[in-house]
Design a protein around this ligand. Structure first.
Ligand SMILES: Cc1cc2nc3c(=O)[nH]c(=O)nc-3n(C[C@H](O)[C@H](O)[C@H](O)COP(=O)(O)O)c2cc1C
Length: 143
């Protein structure tokens, strides 16, 4: 089973979630900016954050570069508020003909002086548990 992790981050918070997932799925968490998807993948964990109420343009541009087989995309995100990036990412993924997992992981993240220390230990632990449950559920996902 081929798994990949890519994330977009402005201040490093999404990277923290990506690294937590990486510990569980045992593949490196890579910054999407410098790491295009160049091979077929069974499960892609894709991380992003909410910026100025929406998904960053880079995420859309990145998804538009996909041209290999990707069995399933799993969204993880972080934001100053409760709203995640799931819906806009799902729209982009499905528009490209890829499959989006209905499950997602979202955490509150530090935003300037607000939400200090987030993602915190509990949220990192929850991100690990989430990735474990995804592996368990989709370990036989078809390409
Ligand atoms: C310039 C800026 C704009 C932001 N706008 C929003 C927003 O509209 N809604 C929200 O929920 N969080 C917003 N946030 C909070 C970020 O989503 C939060 O800080 C997150 O942890 C950033 O993750 P990243 O550093 O991995 O990109 C904003 C943060 C910054 C720095």
């Amino acid at each position: 089973m081929k798994i990949a992790i890519r994330y977009f981050t402005k201040t490093g918070n999404t990277k923290k979630l990506a690294e937590a997932i990486s510990e569980v799925v045992k593949v490196p968490a890579l910054n999407a900016k410098d790491n295009p998807i160049t091979e077929d993948i069974d499960i892609l964990f894709l991380g992003s954050s909410v910026m100025a109420t929406k998904l960053r343009r880079q995420v859309k541009d990145y998804i538009n570069t996909f041209d290999t087989k990707i069995g399933l995309v799993v969204n993880f995100s972080i934001g100053g508020l409760i709203e995640s990036t799931y819906k806009p990412v799902r729209k982009l993924i499905q528009n490209r003909g890829y499959k989006m997992a209905p499950e997602e992981f979202h955490s509150i993240g530090q935003m300037w002086k607000f939400n200090k220390g987030h993602p915190n230990k509990e949220e990192i632990k929850a991100a690990k548990a989430f990735s474990k449950s995804i592996l368990k559920k989709y370990s036989t996902v078809e390409k």
